[in-house]
Design a protein around this ligand. Structure first.
Ligand code: GLY
Length: 386
């Protein structure tokens, strides 16, 4: 009896120690992230504009609300509040969200999902404030205005050499349309999202489930006009962030519809990504850059993969390998190789991202969307551990 008691007490003590060690480790990281983001807030909060990136030479790259990255600062701050429940982050997030006033009426881009849902979407999720709900519904209406029934897709850009360009990134905007149908009861948003996802599945992917960046459609026949790249190495290469957008997008489509073809798409995209990851699991900016290994990493592509894998792992019976990979990616991103030292990097969290390498823009810099999806991945990791 005494022996049994001792074993039980020992076990209880071990579990208590393990839990408190884990708590300290997580709290340590969260505190660090919060302190670092505070540096960003202190430097940029006074401006009407929003921080997108930073370099030692040029300082902050500040953007207006029509930039595709305008919703991420608010989203980052909402995730920080979600992680540590500190009212200071809630207030900061509210301020960054309110700077976006009016963006929901903008119809000149497909990026409204990023701009409105990453900001107001998280605001509504965490506060339940009905005013935010109305903004998101209006954002969905603006996005829906870009849907073309002939092509069966939402138009991405209003500029460039293409008749009706649709980029793989556009898969990320569908979540807001699914949400709008659930909340408004109007099935048209969902129908558009499903049609766009199906058309993209048909035309954007190669045999190996890597994807083209830009597919342009003929607006008279609805047929594909061209398949090209804009931000990747070549038309036939696999631009790393594009692969991540596709993966994440089809995970969302499966969550929202339960249609197994979307789960298969997500798993097939994952099956392309996984063997192409380098040893440290942080992708080079394009999986086919011939300069690899002497090429740039893109931490934003890695953060997206980690976040998507945490959700994908919950959707399949044998999801542990996705969780394991996501854990390893988050661990790598949280190491000194990718996570900025306190006070450095302009207060952004992750180093070594690539925005648009062929455009010679944002190479080896911090990017607000990398931080957004990194924080989301950490949040998802915590939810799963619960
Ligand atoms: N949506 C633009 C990008 O991923 O760079």
């Amino acid at each position: 009896m005494k022996m049994k008691y001792l074993v039980f007490a020992g076990l209880a003590f071990f579990l208590f120690q393990a839990c408190s060690l884990r708590k300290t480790a997580d709290n340590g990281l969260e505190q660090r992230l919060s302190d670092q983001l505070n540096v960003l807030v202190q430097a940029t909060d006074d401006s009407e504009k929003l921080p997108r990136s930073w370099t030692e030479e040029d300082g902050y790259k500040m953007i207006g609300i029509r930039d595709w990255c305008s919703g991420f600062p608010a989203g980052m701050y909402w995730y920080m509040y979600d992680l540590n429940n500190d009212a200071q982050w809630k207030n900061t997030a509210i301020r960054a969200t309110e700077k976006l006033d009016g963006v929901q009426y903008y119809t000149g881009t497909h990026d409204l999902g990023f701009m409105v849902f990453c900001s107001y979407g998280n605001a509504y999720r965490l506060t339940g404030d009905e005013a935010y709900k109305e903004v998101i519904l209006q954002g969905a209406k603006s996005l829906a205005s870009r849907f073309n029934p002939v092509t069966g897709t939402i138009r991405s850009w209003d500029w460039g050499k293409w008749q009706f360009p649709v980029i793989i990134d556009n898969m990320m905007n569908l979540e807001m349309l699914f949400w709008a149908s659930k909340v408004s009861g109007d099935s048209r948003f969902r129908d558009m999202a499903v049609t766009h996802a199906n058309t993209t599945l048909e035309n954007h992917f190669r045999e190996d489930m890597s994807s083209y960046h830009v597919v342009s459609y003929d607006t008279i026949t609805g047929q594909v006009e061209r398949k090209q790249t804009h931000q990747g190495y070549s038309d036939d290469s696999a631009w790393a962030r594009g692969q991540s957008w596709g993966l994440y997008g089809y995970v969302v489509c499966y969550r929202e519809t339960g249609d197994p073809k979307y789960l298969k798409a997500a798993e097939d995209i994952a099956a392309f990504i996984i063997p192409n990851l380098p040893d440290d699991l942080i992708p080079y900016w394009d999986y086919n850059d011939p300069k690899i290994p002497n090429s740039e990493r893109d931490a934003s592509a890695a953060a997206l993969v980690a976040s998507a894998f945490y959700e994908l792992g919950t959707m399949v019976a044998d999801g542990q390998h996705y969780f394991d990979l996501a854990d390893q990616i988050v661990e790598k991103l949280s190491s000194p190789a990718y996570l900025a030292e306190g006070g450095a990097n302009g207060g952004f969290l992750l180093k070594h991202c690539v925005g648009h390498l062929p455009g010679n823009s944002e190479i080896n810099v911090p990017l607000n969307y990398a931080d957004y999806y990194y924080l989301e991945a950490i949040k998802r990791k915590h939810e799963l551990k619960k």
